[in-house]
Write a protein that binds this ligand. Sequence first.
Ligand SMILES: [Ca+2]
Ligand SMILES: [Ca+2]
Ligand SMILES: [Ca+2]
Ligand SMILES: [Ca+2]
Length: 451
Amino acid sequence: MVTFSIRLLIGAVVAGTLAISCRSASALIVSDASGIAAINTTAPADDPGWNNALTGFSGIYLGNQWVLTANHVVNPNARPTVANLPGGSYRIIPNSFRTLTNPGSFGGIGLTANSDLLMFRIDTETNTGLKPEQQNPNTKPITIGSAQPAVGAELLMIGNGSTRALAGEDTVNFEFHWNDSWVQQANPNLATKHGYFHTASTGGNTWGKNRVADDAVIQDGNADGNNIVVQLPGGTLLITLATQWDRARNNSGAAIPGSTATQFEAQAAPGDSGGAVFTKNGSNWELVGVMAAIFLDSGQSIAQTVYGNRTVFSDLTNPHYRAQLENLRADNNYSIAGDVNLDGVVSGSVVNGTPTGDLAAFVSGWNNQQGAGDILSWKKGDLNQDGKTDFADFAILRGQLGGSVTAAQLSSLVASASPAANAVPEPNSIAIAAGAGIAWWYLRRKRQRAL
Ligand SMILES: [Ca+2]
Ligand SMILES: [Ca+2]
Ligand SMILES: [Ca+2]
Ligand SMILES: [Ca+2]
């Protein structure tokens, strides 16, 4: 029987359920026989989204300004304010954090209301004002898998955790070796456990591979199929799938018959939580999970990674998780209504003839037109996301500001602020149109009152 290290855990097994506690996962430990400690630190040749992987902490950029990570990697009381990608630095939009929920129960297990999945939204690149896709053309469009990968399906994981600290002490597999009492052995033939040490801090992004394991490698439960419900430090329950870190070569360096180890077989280590897990559906990569936790052997140090260790990752193909992901990804409200400048609050007035806050951003973006709404048009005042910044948007902003700014003020602000390059209606027509816009707004309010 396999036992699990549960030292960091609040409660081991949820009574009467199959939920299991485990450690938070951090960096990827990738096994190979090269003797080089840190490998796979540049994009794989067949790349599912290396340039979508956050640096600094693990997470994956999904497109439309959304990032997916694990809730437990970011402090709920001090959320990060910046997310870095290989191509640039992005301010996190305040108040954009969304924790995905769990279904009420799964496989007969009552779940916590929240899962460990967290999404948040990023602004355009701090220096260039570009979206990640524009900033870095190697950014990939990400598809969330809709079918659960089967046992044996190959996975590619990308994490920002710690990496192998040193080449191992033997010159055959470059591994370290321990006996059952975790005493290090120079002679692998005297050892029962084989693996690596890893660094204490992040080694930068690393990718590696593994396969979906049968849930029996952690705890089998027929009611939930191949899924495993795990309890993370802090108590949150999560629907996951598992991998097992398998050894490819014996002590002599010969292939182990029947080993299911992949090339670059990987196990998560501290810091990898939130890192992406992809699989291939036909010729297309799909995102099927983010790493959540690791299971170690009894008595094993967190500084060690040994063959047989397991990584669990959230199962994004679960319909309850996937629906929330897709709904958020399709949302074109980049913040609360009226927050044109994406600072998390709606503000704006006219001070000595000069607009402030969101009103200032709106005035400078007035009359912007582009094909479709996105964050670029939003930041120019396109609050209804039709690609244009016009009176329909002003009505929204004005309403959010409590009706304190008049159309006449807007007209005058736009007339004095418009750069010559902008095609702006001449002041009289603005005034007329502004009147129309305001009438529309009052009409709408009146209608709402009547309901
Ligand atoms: Ca199961
Ligand atoms: Ca494996
Ligand atoms: Ca604002
Ligand atoms: Ca608009």
